[in-house]
Design a protein around this ligand. Structure first.
Ligand SMILES: [Ca+2]
Length: 395
């Protein structure tokens, strides 16, 4: 499995919560001298390493502005809210209705993505819903401004975003688009699924087969790319993602927030953590808590939970994707009018079709889906093209 290099706190999108981010007003003066020096050094490196024209890059970067509002947004991410607040913002009637509509509009692409990558429709739809409200809010920051600001004015994440800036220039060159013409989130995430440039280059697929990997305008490409991403990070079809847990009275759960499933369930049981659904002792799991309205909720995260955190490392984020997916799955199978969210307790946590080996087995109203998981890494090509918005001769 190909992993993103040096992937830290953000895997992909951070568009949600964007509305709260000021984009221009009352920004303090940036460190102008340091900014220019960093850009000059970066340009020199890009010219030597990738044979970019230094003169062309100087022209491009002369138009780039540091945006302190972006740094403020990075230091107070929307995912830092308590779970019950985050859940209310992302698992609600509006998102469910929008998801049902998106699912119906793109049913064929979603079904094909499930067949080819083994990732169920509801997981793909929920991810796109939480990232951009089904493509409606893809971000208003110029991607080049965002990436340059974080690369050159935000030391805690400078190394990561300097690499993303490099990836972005390569993506623009490969795809033939104007690097000054693309807008995205304050973290430089692009398009309907909010892929960072490195993810775009590594995981985007041309799912509508028009010769371009276009995550900005093609819902089909976005759908295929999200499914491909989860597939490449190890989504296991038919497996549960999370299971609720109970804990012994004297167990200290303070700070429990691991996401990597590297502890056998048997070991968790010995510590006093009991999964509230059948799980074999040798299954690998993580234990974490989230902040519910009436106190902590205890959860066991399995492989597919970890896979969702490869999109965004926040526990809240992954929980919201899985719960919204459950709601969408239920709503699509319910006749009648507008869907409503079920209670948290009633939500099915697996992110999969009932009866497919879920850790909480029960009656299986849905049809069996079979095994669709196949590697399709050759479906995309780095030579494919995004639409050329503003052809430039700077390459
Ligand atoms: Ca395409």
């Amino acid at each position: 499995m190909q992993r993103l290099i040096g992937l830290p706190a953000i895997a992909l999108g951070l568009c949600f919560g964007l509305a709260a981010v000021p984009s221009s007003a009352a920004e303090p003066d940036p460190d102008t001298a340091g900014w220019q020096q960093a850009i000059d050094s970066f340009i020199e490196e890009m010219a030597g390493k990738h044979q970019f024209s230094a003169a062309a890059l100087r022209w491009v970067f002369a138009q780039v502005k540091p945006r302190p509002g972006i740094i403020r947004a990075m230091t107070a991410p929307a995912t830092a809210r308590p779970w019950y607040e985050f859940r209310a913002a992302h698992v609600n009637r509006s998102l469910i209705e929008g998801g049902v509509s998106f699912w119906r509009r793109h049913a064929a692409a979603l079904a094909r993505a499930r067949r080819e990558y083994g990732v169920p429709e509801e997981i793909v739809v929920a991810t796109i819903g939480i990232e951009t409200r089904y493509g409606r809010h893809t971000g208003s920051f110029r991607v080049l401004d965002a990436l340059a600001t974080l690369a050159f004015q935000h030391p805690p994440r400078a190394e990561f975003f300097r690499r993303e800036l490099e990836e972005y220039l390569l993506l623009a060159r490969e795809s033939g688009f104007d690097p000054l013409g693309v807008r995205g989130s304050y973290a430089g995430a692009i398009g309907i699924p909010q892929f960072l440039p490195s993810s775009y280059r590594a995981y985007a697929v041309d799912f509508d087969r028009d010769g371009k990997r276009d995550l900005v305008a093609s819902a089909a490409d976005a759908i295929g790319s999200v499914a491909h991403y989860y597939h490449r990070f190890g989504w296991k079809e038919g497996e549960a993602a999370t299971v609720p847990a109970s804990v012994g009275g004297d167990l200290d759960t303070a700070g429990a927030g691991t996401i990597r499933p590297d502890t056998p369930v048997g070991e968790l049981r010995r510590r006093g953590i009991t999964p509230l659904a059948p799980l074999p002792d040798d299954a690998l799991a993580a234990f974490f808590t989230v902040e519910g309205e009436s106190g902590p909720e205890y959860w066991i995260g399995l492989n597919n939970f970890y896979v969702v955190t490869r999109y965004n490392r926040s526990i809240n984020y992954a929980m919201a994707v899985l719960e919204l997916a459950d709601e969408l799955h239920a709503a699509m199978r319910r006749p009648g009018p507008a869907p409503r969210p079920r209670t948290p307790e009633g939500a099915r946590r697996s992110g999969e079709t009932p009866g497919e080996g879920s850790a909480a087995p029960g009656p299986a109203p849905g049809p069996p889906r079979g095994s669709y998981c196949r590697a399709k890494a050759t479906r995309w090509s780095s030579s494919s093209r995004m639409p050329i918005r503003s052809p430039m001769a700077w390459l």
